[in-house]
Design a binder for this molecule. Structure first.
Ligand code: NAI
Ligand code: MG
Length: 350
C-alpha cells in the first residue's frame, strides 16, 4: 500500500468516543499510511447541528476508504420524533453506503471462558463468523397496518429476496469460509418459507464455484439450538437479515462480554463500516469503564477487509489476546481496569 488511506472516525454518543479513541490510538501506533478525519454522528451531531446524520458527516463517510464507527444513542433524545433520533444515523449510513454484508465473528479469547454463560468447555470451542445479509428481507419489504373488514387491527411485513441479493451474500459466505476452516452452514427455513427455498437453491448454485468449501444447510430453529448446544461445530454461517439479526446476537453472548465483539458491514467494493456490536451504554458513559476491545478488534477488521492489510490486523488481534493474558480486565470482564488502561495494555503488547 503506497497511497494514504482515509479513515473516517465517527465516535457518536455515550461510550462511543471513549472506545473509538482507543481504537484510533492502536491504528496510529501501527505507523501505516493512514489519515484520520472525525465527524459527529448521532445525538452528538443532533446537538451540534440539529440532525443525527449531517450532510458533512455523510460526505466524509462517502469520501473515506473505510469508516470506524463508535455507537449512537442518547436517552436525552428519547422523546424526539423517529427521523431525528440518534439511532437513525446508523440506519442512514447503512442505507446510503449500501452495505449489504454484515460480518460478526464470535470467538473466545483465552482466559475469558468464565465470562460466558455457557460451560467453559463449550465456550472454549467457539470460533465462528456469521455472515448476515443486511439490505433485504422482511425489514425492507412492503409493510403496513390496516383495519380489517371485521374491525381487527392488522399488520404485515413482506419477506422477500431476489436471486441477485442472495447470490452476492452467498459469495461473501463462501469466500469467508474459504479463508477459514472451509465449512459453510447456510441457515434458512426452507421447510416453510418460499424465500428460504429460493435462498437454498441459489446458495447451492453458487457452491459450484467453491469446491473447496463444504456446504451444509440448517433450519433456523435448529441453528438456534445448536449455537448453544455445540457452537464449536460452526465455522461460517450465512443467513438472511432477520435470522442473522437474531442468531448473531445469540452467538455473540456465548463468548462473554458484549464489549469484546466487533463487526464489519461491507458493500460490493468491500468499502466498509466497522463498529463494536454494542450501543452507547449510557449507564457507564463518561466513567472510563467501557471495554474498548470490541472497538479495537473492529479496527483490525477494517485493516483486513477494506484495506487488504491482514498482517497488521493479525497483530492487533494478537495484541488484544496478549493484553488480556496479562490479566488486565475492564469491569465487564470482572476486572478493575479503565478504558484507557485496557488500551494501554493493548498498545504495550503491540
Ligand atoms: P448497550 O449495548 O449500549 O448496553 C447494554 C449493556 O451492556 C449495558 O449495561 C452496558 O453498560 C453494557 N456494555 C455495552 N458496551 C459495553 C462495553 N464496551 N464495555 C462494558 N460494558 C458494555 O445497549 P442498550 O443499553 O440497549 O442501548 C443503549 C443505547 O445504544 C440505545 O440508545 C440504543 O438505541 C443504542 N444502540 C446503538 C447501537 C449502535 O450504535 N450500533 C447498537 C445497539 C444499541
Ligand atoms: Mg440486533
Amino acid at each position: 500500500m503506497t497511497d494514504t488511506k482515509l479513515i473516517a472516525i465517527l465516535p457518536g454518543d455515550g461510550i462511543g468516543p471513549e472506545v473509538t479513541a482507543e481504537a484510533r490510538r492502536v491504528l496510529e501506533a501501527l505507523a501505516l499510511p493512514l489519515a484520520f478525519e472525525e465527524a459527529p454522528v448521532g445525538g452528538a451531531a443532533y446537538r451540534a447541528s440539529g440532525h443525527p446524520l449531517p450532510a458533512e458527516t455523510l460526505d466524509l463517510a462517502r469520501r473515506a476508504d473505510a469508516i470506524l464507527f463508535g455507537a449512537v444513542g442518547d436517552p436525552a433524545f428519547d422523546g424526539l420524533e423517529r427521523a431525528l433520533r440518534p439511532e437513525q444515523a446508523i440506519l442512514g449510513l447503512r442505507k446510503h453506503l449500501t452495505t449489504f454484508a454484515n460480518l460478526r465473528p464470535a470467538r473466545i479469547f483465552a482466559g475469558l471462558e468464565d465470562a460466558s454463560t455457557l460451560k467453559p468447555e463449550v465456550a472454549r470451542a467457539i470460533d465462528l463468523v456469521i455472515v448476515r445479509e443486511l439490505n433485504g428481507d422482511v425489514y425492507f419489504g412492503d409493510k403496513g397496518r390496516r383495519t380489517t373488514d371485521a374491525g381487527l387491527r392488522e399488520g404485515h411485513d413482506l419477506m422477500r429476496y431476489d436471486e441477485a441479493e442472495v447470490r452476492r451474500i452467498a459469495h461473501i459466505g463462501f469466500q469467508t469460509a474459504a479463508k477459514r476452516r472451509g465449512k459453510l452452514c447456510s441457515v434458512d427455513k426452507a421447510n416453510v418459507l418460499e424465500t428460504s427455498q429460493l435462498w437454498r437453491d441459489v446458495v447451492i448454485e453458487v457452491a459450484a464455484e467453491y469446491p473447496q468449501v463444504e456446504l451444509t444447510h440448517m433450519y433456523v430453529d435448529n441453528a438456534a439450538m445448536q449455537l448453544v448446544r455445540n457452537p464449536g461445530a460452526f465455522d461460517t454461517i450465512v443467513t438472511g437479515n432477520l435470522f442473522g439479526d437474531i442468531l448473531s446476537d445469540q452467538a455473540s453472548m456465548c463468548v462473554g462480554s458484549i464489549g469484546m465483539l466487533p463487526s464489519a458491514s461491507l458493500d460490493a467494493d468491500a468499502k466498509g463500516l466497522y463498529e463494536p456490536i454494542h450501543g452507547s451504554a449510557p449507564d457507564i458513559a463518561g466513567q472510563g469503564k467501557a471495554n474498548p476491545c470490541a472497538a479495537i478488534l473492529s479496527a483490525a477488521m477494517l485493516l483486513r477487509h477494506s484495506l487488504a492489510l491482514p498482517e497488521p490486523a493479525d497483530r492487533i488481534e494478537a495484541a488484544v489476546a496478549a493484553a488480556l493474558a496479562t490479566g488486565v480486565r475492564t469491569p465487564d470482564l470482572g476486572g478493575t481496569a479503565s478504558t484507557r488502561t485496557m488500551g494501554d495494555a493493548v498498545l504495550a503488547a503491540l
